[in-house]
Design a binder for this molecule. Structure first.
Ligand SMILES: *Cc1c(COP(=O)(O)O)cnc(C)c1O
Length: 379
């Protein structure tokens, strides 16, 4: 049976061009980048070119990019790294209720270490309130961390306004942009972003590699101690092939950005229209504008989305539900809870996240099967 993949918010398929660039670094250019012979110098050179490509994608300088093990590590490093380096200045951090667990659980860890965390509310579309943010700031505030775009409902937060508020108050601003990079135009200089997390496997690169951008001049405590890699900020022999793959994925994302955004929006809007035409008793979650181009989240009322996922899996369709990341975890989504959905709406929420490999024909197949599955489950 063919696979119909509509879960690009969970991970993406590695592009052939990305894979082609990575392969030689496993068994030909296998030198340790820290060694001094020419074999190692090739690996080192590849890493530095990848750093340049990642920097270019987000408008950063090359020396502001640190390669890490994943998006989660970038988030952990940003939060804990600033918390520990700025603890003399204050112990207060502001974030939101709808962050990824990599942020929320880092915050929980820091609370146990004596830090105070404020979790901002969001409105029914998932946007934070800038006045609430302003009022929450106090002299002990050292960091504001607000995600660029939400992974469940696609909401794109008012990042430039948040960054300006942080700057006016001399507070560092970090954004988890793992979902936004490659799907939204980002320039950290123009947007005044101080720190940003991104991940390879969400942008058609490999899993197990990410990057943290840190504005020049901002110090942070290192998270992995050891050798002197990554300017002595992240020890461990570099994941050379992974970094090369992330670099290539970043280069392609930059080249394709505008057409990619338009294609994703067209497909997504087509999907939503077809669902509206074919299936009754639904609720569309998240905003219509200021939304990730490939993201849709729709509640099919009166059914359990996890049952729906099983029906869809029987016909080769991969999608995601409104419960937590792990499918056997019955905890309702903290994001859908925060935007005020009732338990039936949360239970029936289906996330479809489109990617570059999806076609209109696949959407037709999806909607047809969705219609049949919903009918069956509502009997
Ligand atoms: C996927 C994701 C992460 C985690 O990235 P990994 O590379 O899987 O660790 C963090 N934040 C958001 C918003 C994500 O979507």
């Amino acid at each position: 049976m063919d696979t119909y993949y509509f879960d690009n918010g969970a991970t993406t398929k590695v592009k052939q061009e990305v894979l082609d660039e990575m392969i030689p670094y496993f068994s030909e250019e296998y030198g340790n980048p820290s060694s001094i012979y020419s074999l190692a110098r090739n690996a080192k050179k590849g890493i530095e070119e990848a750093r340049e490509k990642v920097a270019n994608l987000i408008g950063a300088k090359k020396n502001e990019i640190y390669f890490v093990g994943c998006g989660s590590e970038a988030d952990n490093t940003a939060l804990k790294g600033i918390a520990y380096s700025k603890r003399n200045k204050g112990n207060h951090i502001i974030t939101t209720k709808i962050e990824h667990p990599a942020i929320l659980n880092s915050c929980k860890f820091l609370e146990k270490q004596g830090f105070e965390i404020t979790y901002l509310n969001v409105d029914e579309k998932g946007f934070i309130n800038l006045d609430e943010l302003r009022k929450t700031i106090k002299k002990e505030t050292i960091l504001i961390s607000v995600m660029f775009a939400n992974n469940e409902i696609g909401t794109i937060e008012p990042i430039e306004e948040i960054a300006q508020i942080a700057k006016d108050n001399d507070i560092i601003f970090h954004t988890d942009a793992v979902q936004a990079v490659g799907n939204v135009k980002i320039n950290v200089q123009e947007m005044k972003i101080d720190m940003l997390s991104l991940s390879g496997h969400k942008i058609y690169g490999p899993k197990g590699v990410g990057a943290l951008y840190v504005r020049e001049g901002i110090d942070f405590e290192k998270f992995i101690n050891g050798g002197h890699q990554e300017k002595n900020k992240r020890a461990g022999t570099e994941n050379t092939a992974g970094i090369i793959g992330l670099g290539k994925a970043a280069e392609l994302a930059k080249t394709n950005l505008e057409t990619h955004i338009q294609n994703m929006k067209n497909l997504r809007d087509y999907y939503i229209e077809e669902v509206q035409k074919n299936i009754s008793n639904i609720k569309i979650n998240g905003p219509l504008n200021a939304r990730l181009p490939g993201n849709s989240n729709i509640s099919f009322l009166g059914i359990n989305a996890n049952d729906l996922l099983l029906e869809l899996d029987n016909v080769g369709i991969c999608a995601s539900s409104g419960s937590a990341c792990t499918s056997n975890d019955p905890t309702p989504s903290h994001v859908l809870t925060a935007i005020g959905l009732n338990s039936d709406e949360i239970k029936g929420a289906l996330r479809i996240t489109l990617g570059e490999f999806n076609t209109k024909e696949e959407i037709d197949y999806l909607v047809q099967n969705l219609k049949e599955a919903v009918q069956k489950l509502r009997l």
